[in-house]
Design a protein around this ligand. Structure first.
Ligand code: GRF
Length: 232
C-alpha cells in the first residue's frame, strides 16, 4: 500500500514514547501511514535520538531563533510543507500553536492528551483525576483546534483508578493505553474514517468499540479485540 500511504510528521518536545509507538505501528506494511519526519522545539528531546535510530529525518526549531509565536509557526509550517506532510501528530509537543496555524492544518493535525477529554485539559491530569474521585481515567486523541485540548475527540482509552494508585502509577497505566490508542486513531485519520466536519469528529466505517479502548477491570491489558475490529 506504500503508494497510498499518508505522510505523517510527528512533533515532540521530550521523551517521545508516543512517537515511538507511531513509528512502530507504521513499520507494518499494511499500516496506512508512514512517518516521514520528527520535529522538536527542544534539541535535547530524547525522542529525537529514538527517531534518528529509526533513520527518520529530524529537525529542531527552537523558539529562541524566532521573535514571535507567528514566526515560529511559519518556520514550522515551512518545514511541514517541505516534508510533504499530509497529517501532523502532536505527541508531547509542549507549545501552543497560533490560530492561523491550527486553521491551516485543521482536520489534518491530531494530538494525544492524557485524560478523558473534555475533563482535565492542560497539565497535571493524573493528579487531578485522582483528586477528583473519578473511578476511571484515560487518554484521548483529538483533532487540534485553536483551543488547547479542546478539539473534537476521535478516540479514547479508559483505565480504572485503583486503590493505592498515585500519580506515577496512574500515569504509567494511562501511557500504556496511549501507545495503543494513538496508532489506532492515526489509522482512522489516514484512512479517512475519522474526519473533522463543521467542528465535529465524524467517524465512518468504524464500530462503536473501535474508537474506545477499554481494559478489563481485573488487569491493565488493553482489549485487543477492539483493535482487531479496526482492520479495514
Ligand atoms: C503523553 O502523556 C501525552 O499524552 C502528553 O504528553 C505525554 C508525552 O509523552 N501530551 P511521550 O513524550 O510521548 O512519552
Amino acid at each position: 500500500m506504500s503508494g497510498s500511504k499518508k505522510r505523517v510528521v510527528v512533533l515532540i518536545s521530550g521523551r517521545g514514547s508516543n512517537m515511538s509507538a507511531l513509528i512502530e505501528a507504521a513499520g507494518d506494511p499494511h499500516y496506512p501511514a508512514t512517518i516521514v519526519g520528527v520535529i522538536s522545539d527542544n534539541e535535547n528531546a530524547l525522542g529525537l535520538r529514538a527517531a534518528e535510530a529509526n533513520k527518520i529525518e529530524t529537525k529542531t526549531i527552537s523558539k529562541a531563533e524566532y521573535p514571535t509565536k507567528a514566526a515560529f509557526d511559519d518556520a514550522l509550517d515551512a518545514e511541514l510543507v517541505r516534508l510533504g506532510a499530509d497529517i501532523v501528530c502532536l505527541a508531547g509537543f509542549m507549545r501552543l500553536l497560533t490560530p492561523a496555524f491550527t486553521e491551516k492544518w485543521a482536520g489534518r493535525m491530531i494530538n494525544i492528551h492524557p485524560s478523558l477529554l473534555p475533563l482535565f485539559k492542560g497539565l497535571d491530569t493524573h493528579k487531578r483525576a485522582l483528586e477528583s474521585g473519578m473511578r476511571v481515567h484515560g487518554c484521548s486523541v483529538h483533532f487540534v483546534t485553536a483551543e488547547m485540548d479542546g478539539g473534537p475527540v476521535i478516540a479514547q482509552g479508559v483505565v480504572p483508578i485503583l486503590p493505592g494508585d498515585d500519580g506515577d502509577k496512574l500515569a504509567s497505566r494511562v501511557l500504556g493505553v496511549e501507545h495503543q490508542l494513538y496508532p489506532l486513531a492515526l489509522r482512522l485519520v489516514a484512512l479517512g474514517k475519522a474526519r473533522m466536519e463543521s467542528g465535529q469528529a465524524v467517524l465512518s466505517g468504524v464500530s462503536a468499540e473501535g474508537a474506545l479502548l477499554s481494559p478489563g477491570s481485573a488487569s491493565d491489558e488493553v482489549d485487543i479485540q477492539s483493535l482487531a475490529r479496526m482492520t479495514p
